[in-house]
Write a protein that binds this ligand. Structure first.
Ligand code: FAD
Length: 375
């Protein structure tokens, strides 16, 4: 059968699955990658935008320039998907499929917390990161609260990385002594992954960052510069940087098969969408317990591509083991790494300069390493 394979979403997951299929799928298969923007974004780079170390424009490349010749790219938003009749709708156009991969990611949803959008900054979109850069440029000292504005969100360690980099930014600008740094989280401790706790705690101690656990943000009062938690605790600051809770993309939510936030019910091993045939979901769009991270999306893309080929050629499906690995910057020119899967917890190494350089190098080499999906 000349299979028509449609991939929705050209982020890490969608781009890698398309290119992996271009390398593996039988020659008569058609591979179509649809993305609302037509661009691939290296979102990890948004972490550095508020400090003026990156520019959003430099973090994007046209999908057409990143795919193998066999992959057809359509730069249009998918407006709906008819799962019964296997048709992807693109504002009037119809795209029938035999196999579908949903890689539509997730997005910040500040509207979930009253006044969060008006009262707090974040760095989980290009525009928000640029606005935060401007706010930081105007900051002259005072109190900054950084933290988690709601769950889930992508890249769980990113607010901890941010507050450590912020400490160094303020030191460089001579403002650290005039600034109190507070980190607020709904968790009972600094981070949910236990082996990382002592590493992060040591860094907060060294940098003088105060931890406020059990802070489940309920509402915000921008005029009073106050954030209130569910249990009535209040935090006052001159600047808030709170990562908003995320939801699945609009098109995934509209499918009506996901959980309350639109995350798609996905088999944790085969990556098939539960209850549907020949439909896969990968990356941040899924309800998997794996952290929402590019390295997870990339790994899942390999498995989904191989499983589509296995279905086409009558072979056994491969199983994703939950693998994810994140290099985490913690300031002082050092980084650690959390690498784990469903059955094995991480054993993060002592923070080192070598890991820091690895993360910074990946930032430069990303375009050569990740999109080609070579292995
Ligand atoms: C600040 C920050 C730092 C991070 N740091 C790290 C890190 O150090 N390590 C790490 O592993 N991960 C990190 N991440 C997480 C990582 O970027 C995401 O987990 C990853 O991008 C998820 O890939 P994805 O393909 O699932 O989704 P995305 O990359 O978000 O892609 C989704 C795509 O779907 C498209 N789309 C959505 N709706 C439609 C529609 N209706 N029609 C067509 N297309 C649509 C979008 O245009 C987008 O291109 C970080 C994220 C942030 C924000």
């Amino acid at each position: 059968m000349a299979a028509r394979i449609v991939i929705v979403g050209g982020g890490v997951g969608g781009l890698v699955v398309a290119n992996r299929l271009a390398l593996l799928a039988p020659d008569d298969g058609q591979i179509t990658l649809v993305d609302a923007t037509g661009w691939h974004t290296y979102q990890q780079g948004w972490l550095y935008v508020p400090f003026g170390e990156e520019q959003p424009k430099r973090l994007q490349k046209r999908l057409k320039s990143l795919v193998y010749d066999r992959v057809q790219v359509i730069a249009k938003p998918v407006t709906g998907i008819d799962l019964d009749n296997r048709i992807v709708h693109l504002n009037g156009d119809r795209l029938p499929y035999d196999f579908l991969v949903l890689a539509t990611g997730c997005e910040p949803n500040p509207a979930e917390v009253p006044n969060l959008a008006e009262g707090a900054h974040h760095f989980h979109s290009a525009d928000a990161a640029v606005r935060l850069r401007e706010a930081l440029a105007n900051f002259e000292g005072g109190r900054i609260v950084v933290g988690v504005g709601g769950l889930p969100y992508k890249c769980p360690p990113s607010p901890i990385e941010f507050v450590c980099l912020l400490h160094e930014h303020l030191v460089r600008r001579g403002l650290r002594e005039r600034t109190e740094l507070v980190y607020a989280t709904p968790l009972p401790r600094i981070f949910h992954i236990e082996p990382l706790v002592p590493i992060f705690e040591e860094r907060f101690e060294r940098f003088g960052i105060k931890l406020v656990p059990f802070f489940t943000l309920e509402t915000f009062e921008p005029s009073q510069r106050k954030a209130f938690s569910l249990d009535g605790t209040e935090l006052t600051a001159d600047l808030f940087v709170l990562v908003p809770p995320h939801v699945g993309s609009e098109v995934a939510r509209k499918l009506g098969i996901g959980d309350a936030k639109g995350f798609l019910p996905t088999d944790r091993h085969t990556l098939q969408v539960q209850g549907l045939e020949r439909v896969y979901a990968i990356g941040d769009a899924t309800n998997l317990t794996t952290p929402k991270a590019a390295t997870a999306a990339q790994r899942q893309a390999f498995i989904a591509a191989e499983n589509i080929v296995a279905e086409l050629t009558g072979k056994e499906l491969r199983r994703y083991n939950g693998q994810v690995g994140c290099v985490i910057e913690i300031g002082g020119g050092e980084a650690t790494v959390a690498s784990f899967d469903y059955d094995h917890p991480p054993h993060p190494p002592k923070p080192s300069k070598a890991l820091f350089h690895q993360k910074r190098q990946l930032r430069r080499l990303y375009w050569q390493i990740v999109p080609p999906a070579l292995g």
